[in-house]
Design a protein around this ligand. Structure first.
Ligand code: PEP
Ligand code: MG
Length: 590
């Protein structure tokens, strides 16, 4: 430790993708960009040799993945994530990876490594144009597989996480989900990477395995040396390299408190989500991928409040078939049964990924997005509606339409749903004829006519991510206007109140499924406005439940009345910040 204290203390901030604190020695893992040698003008027989080498590297990669899969099958938590390895095995079989690389070797007469790198480069250029965090996460899966094949082609050793014997903090330029999936044996205390973000598979897995992790640190691999002592605070995204003994002591105490905190939160798992004066607020989960279901169940989610179905359309050239829809939805519905699953129909366009069939638009956020796209492409829409309907025979399913801006869209969507019902009935395929229909309130026009919308649907769910984008005129993916993203903006508060009042007056369930729902200080005001359903990620559920159980509905309503009198978001924020420690004591430890 004496040598550590002589080293310079470095503090860095990144994206905390998995909460919790870890203190340990850094283990540097070689991962990330590999620059192979380039040979051109090889002759025909050399080209055939290169193709053979490439095929051999593919086989080696496949064998390695199968070994990892086998290892994961032997561990309960590993078992849950085998789908990810299967997805990697599928990418290995992809025609583009195999045929394009072989074609480039033959036509351009270059070595296999270079050809493979070229295929990856053109794929990544395509992905980089797409401004969508989720898709970026998926593109990193492809990159990891290409790199595995490249390492095998180069005859280098792929250092495995399972070879780490001492408890360590793994530091790498990038980590593949296959790396994270091997962290099941407990020797990896936490990890840090230069690249990556919150929606990558690696991040999702770290949350599910409850390993503190920070990604997107940009230069961590250049700042840390092997064996340095490192503190990882995944909750705040803070890294401290070479901390002093006294700082280590502070964090070790925090680790104990975090453990107690996690345990204390689990006590809330089976308690009703109810205020001290008896108001129930349903807490549900948001999912995009199957991997997110188990953590939600473990944290007591009362159903899925938002099932984003875009993933079904991603990473493919064709469109999903009705059978694929049915299979995916049934799996979720059965797992969550008897709790409900709200399936949101395709929300393509805008900041989401681009389907090949979507036209280039100069202003996509206001373009042919979501329900607008579906009502124009009724074949695509009906395939999904039929899939949702058929899944509704296996449990409690509700269908929800995104980006509704007027009544006409709801009526047309309903008509297509009814048309699909009639077809299924004629074909003798079972479905729930009383399936509930909901509208997402994300566009200001829908919020303003919420009183009319609630007459047409069984429930409404406020998508605050988009509602803020459209009502405050801030592009949700433009970092230059990110400072204007203010959930406490008086306009946002008034809009939410308008929707909640209209729904409550009509006796229609009203939820929030945007990011606001998962933050206790926002959940407090959503409760006060009369929202009765909040949908969020697994790790927010128990924190929000504890908040709800710590206050009364009457007090929350009073707070809402007070904040509606403020003129700026800053004033609202200051007021809520001043009240939180007294209202929600359990959360305010340091
Ligand atoms: C929202 O807009 O708040 C929402 C939940 O939908 P998404 O983030 O998928 O656009
Ligand atoms: Mg939205």
């Amino acid at each position: 430790m004496t040598s550590d204290t002589k080293k310079q203390v470095v503090l860095m901030k990144g994206i905390g993708v998995s909460s919790g604190i870890a203190v340990g020695k850094a283990y540097l893992l070689e991962r990330g960009a590999i620059e192979p040698a380039q040979y051109c003008s090889i002759d025909r027989s050399e080209a055939e040799n290169e193709i053979e080498r490439f095929k051999k590297a593919l086989k080696e990669s496949r064998d390695q993945l199968l070994r990892i899969k086998k290892m994961m099958e032997e561990d309960k938590r590993g078992k849950e994530h085998i789908r990810i390895i299967d997805a990697h095995l599928m990418i290995l079989k992809d025609n583009m990876l195999i045929n394009d690389t072989i074609k480039i070797i033959r036509e351009e007469k270059i070595n296999a490594e270079w050809a493979l790198k070229n295929v990856l480069k053109s794929l990544m250029e395509y992905f980089n144009k797409i401004d969508d965090e989720y898709l970026k996460g998926r593109s990193s899966d492809i990159e990891h597989i290409f790199n595995r094949v490249l390492i095998n082609l180069l005859g280098r050793k792929h250092e495995s996480i399972s070879e780490i014997k001492e408890p360590s903090i793994v530091v790498a330029h990038d980590l593949a989900p296959t790396d994270t999936a091997q962290m099941v044996n407990g020797t990896v205390l936490g990890f840090l990477t230069d690249v990556g973000g919150i929606t990558s598979h690696t991040a999702i897995l770290s949350r599910s395995l409850e390993i503190p992790a920070i990604m997107g640190l940009e230069t961590i691999t250049r700042k840390v040396e092997a064996g340095d002592t490192v503190i990882v605070d995944g909750t705040t995204g803070t890294v401290i390299i070479n901390p002093s003994e006294s700082v280590i002591d502070v964090y070790k105490k925090r680790i104990e408190r975090f453990k107690d905190y996690g345990k204390a939160l689990l006590d809330y798992r089976d308690l009703p989500s109810e205020t001290t004066d008896g108001r129930r607020v349903k807490l549900m989960g948001n999912i995009e991928m199957i991997e997110e279901i188990n953590p939600l169940i473990d944290h007591g989610a009362e159903g899925i409040g938002l099932y984003r179905t875009e993933f079904l359309y991603m990473n493919r050239k064709d469109l999903p078939t009705e059978e694929e829809h049915v299979k995916a939805y049934r799996h979720v519905v059965k797992k969550m049964s008897p709790n409900p699953v709200i399936i949101r129909t395709l929300d393509v366009g805008g900041d989401k990924f681009v389907l090949r069939v979507v036209a280039d638009e100069t202003n996509p956020a206001m373009g042919l997005r979501a329900i607008r796209f579906c009502l124009k492409n009724t074949d695509i829409f009906k395939t999904q509606l039929r899939g949702i309907l058929r899944a509704s025979s296996s449990g409690k399913v509700k269908v929800m339409f995104p980006m509704i801006s007027g009544i006409d869209e709801i009526r047309r969507a309903r008509a297509l749903l009814e048309e699909s019902m009639a077809e299924l009935k004629a074909e003798g395929k079972p479905f729930d004829p009383n399936i509930q229909i909901g509208a997402m309130i994300e566009v200001p026009s829908a919020a303003i006519i919420a009183d009319l919308i609630v007459r047409e649907v069984d429930f409404v769910s406020i998508g605050t991510n988009d509602l803020l984008q459209y009502s405050l005129a801030i592009d949700r993916v433009n970092e230059h206007v990110a400072y204007l993203y203010e959930p406490f903006h008086p306009a946002v508060l008034r809009i939410i109140k308008t929707v909640a009042d209209a729904a409550n007056l009509a006796g229609v369930s009203v939820g929030v499924c945007g990011e606001m729902a998962g933050e206790p200080e926002y959940a407090l005001i959503l409760l006060g406005f009369g929202i009765n359903n909040l949908s969020m990620n697994a790790f927010s559920i128990l924190r929000v439940k504890r908040l709800i159980r710590s206050i009364s509905f009457a007090e929350a309503r009073k707070i809402c009345k007070t904040i509606l009198g403020f003129a700026t978001a800053k004033e609202v924020e200051a007021y809520i910040a001043s009240r939180m420690p007294e209202l929600y004591k359990e959360e305010f430890w340091s």
